[in-house]
Design a binder for this molecule. Structure first.
Ligand SMILES: *Cc1c(COP(=O)(O)O)cnc(C)c1O
Length: 230
């Protein structure tokens, strides 16, 4: 199977999952983010040629090097943890930062984006299952933090992201996704009219079809496109 074959199959599975949706789902078509951590520039170019338009990276240093080679034509998504001292490197590159998990980080992103004259799109990362090993805010803190962040002028909160626990049976993740979708609709209602909450990032190779059935409109797929990571 080539990268192009895998992308084709993944897109088919996405469409099938949309047709099985039980809820209305987050608005718009589902965006496929190809997760390229540890992947070569050659493989990334192959994916871009095969119709990928959004790239997901975890580590800033790796993204800086790749961005220098590939430029800003694809959409760049930061899906890994961001430290405040790396924000100045992240803001020039990323169209969407999925991993905002504190007011302090949001304030720093706002400061750097303001200096650059950019409005930075962000998602709040929620630790739905309360796992000690994962980053993210608690579900019950989410609306409060969103409200505070919504006042920052150079920041644009667009929605929520979660990384579900790994279960061997992907059905076990369904409740996690259902909970985040509930929080997403609550956030839509809580925010002022002028703030568009339209992005719900959940689902990876193992569980993206379930995530879409439960309302996701951004999925982050690495292994399913590129094969096992080295
Ligand atoms: C690595 C990673 C992915 C992709 O994982 P796969 O199982 O390879 O699809 C998605 N989201 C995040 C946050 C990741 O770190």
């Amino acid at each position: 199977m080539t990268i192009a074959d895998n992308i084709c199959i993944t897109k088919d599975h996405i469409q099938e999952a949309v047709s099985r949706r039980i809820v209305a789902g987050a608005p718009g078509p589902v965006k496929l983010v190809a997760v390229t951590k540890n992947q070569s520039i050659g493989d990334m170019k192959e994916a871009l040629t095969a119709g990928i338009s959004a790239i997901g990276e975890n580590r800033i240093q790796e993204a800086v090097g790749k961005f220098a080679e590939l430029g800003s034509i694809p959409e760049w998504h930061l899906i890994g943890h961001l430290q405040t001292n790396k924000v100045h490197l992240a803001v020039p590159i990323f169209d969407l930062i999925h991993s905002v998990d504190s007011e302090r980080l949001a304030v720093e992103i706002n400061r750097i984006a303001g200096k650059m004259g950019k409005r930075q799109n962000i998602l709040l990362q929620v630790n739905v299952a309360g796992e000690a090993t994962k980053y993210g805010i608690a579900p019950e803190e989410t609306l409060d933090l969103a409200w505070k962040i919504s006042k920052l002028e150079s920041l644009c909160i667009r929605g929520l992201m979660t990384i579900a626990p790994y279960y061997t049976d992907k059905e076990d993740t369904r409740l996690v996704f259902r909970n985040l979708y509930g929080l997403f609709t609550a956030l839509q209602e809580a925010m002022p009219q002028n703030i568009l909450i339209d992005s719900l990032s959940m689902g990876m190779t193992n569980d993206y079809t379930v995530a879409i059935e439960e309302g996701a409109n951004i999925v982050r797929i690495g292994t399913g496109i590129f094969g096992a990571r080295k």
